[in-house]
Design a protein around this ligand. Structure first.
Ligand SMILES: [Cu+2]
Length: 130
């Protein structure tokens, strides 16, 4: 039984390696060293000064966030209550993107852009972590 399980695990690992080996063409935006799946993607959209949704959700623990700049001004994303030295994504210019991870416990957070005037103009959203 144990030997069988070990063999199954080895097979699974080999399969994972194979998948990883041929996954390079999946249009994933380059060979970044980021591990773990992106939990959600936020698109910044000026001139509306907003993220693309009013509410996002994620599972508690390591929450990986990608910020994509669909606008043509600089934007960023901070999580209220999380020090910006720990988590801040900044995207400079159109098409720029940034991915980062934050450790979040369950709760409701506010994400926002802290560039002067942006949050006041609507660049904030809710992040519900469960
Ligand atoms: Cu902004």
């Amino acid at each position: 039984m144990t030997a069988y399980k070990r063999a199954a695990a080895a097979t699974a690992a080999a399969t994972a390696l194979l998948l990883a080996g041929c996954g390079g063409s999946s249009g994933n935006g380059g060979s970044s060293a980021t591990t773990g799946a992106i939990d959600f993607t936020v698109h910044s959209e000026d001139p509306k000064y907003s993220y693309d949704q009013k509410e996002y959700s994620a599972k508690a623990g390591t929450v990986t966030i990608e910020l994509v700049n669909d606008g043509n001004e600089n934007h960023n994303l901070l999580i209220q209550g999380i020090s910006k030295s720990k988590f801040k994504l900044s995207v400079l210019g159109t098409g720029s993107s940034k991915t980062g991870a934050a450790q979040l416990a369950a709760g409701t957070y506010t994400i926002y852009c802290d560039i002067a005037g942006h949050r006041g103009a609507g660049m904030e959203a809710k992040l519900v972590v469960t």
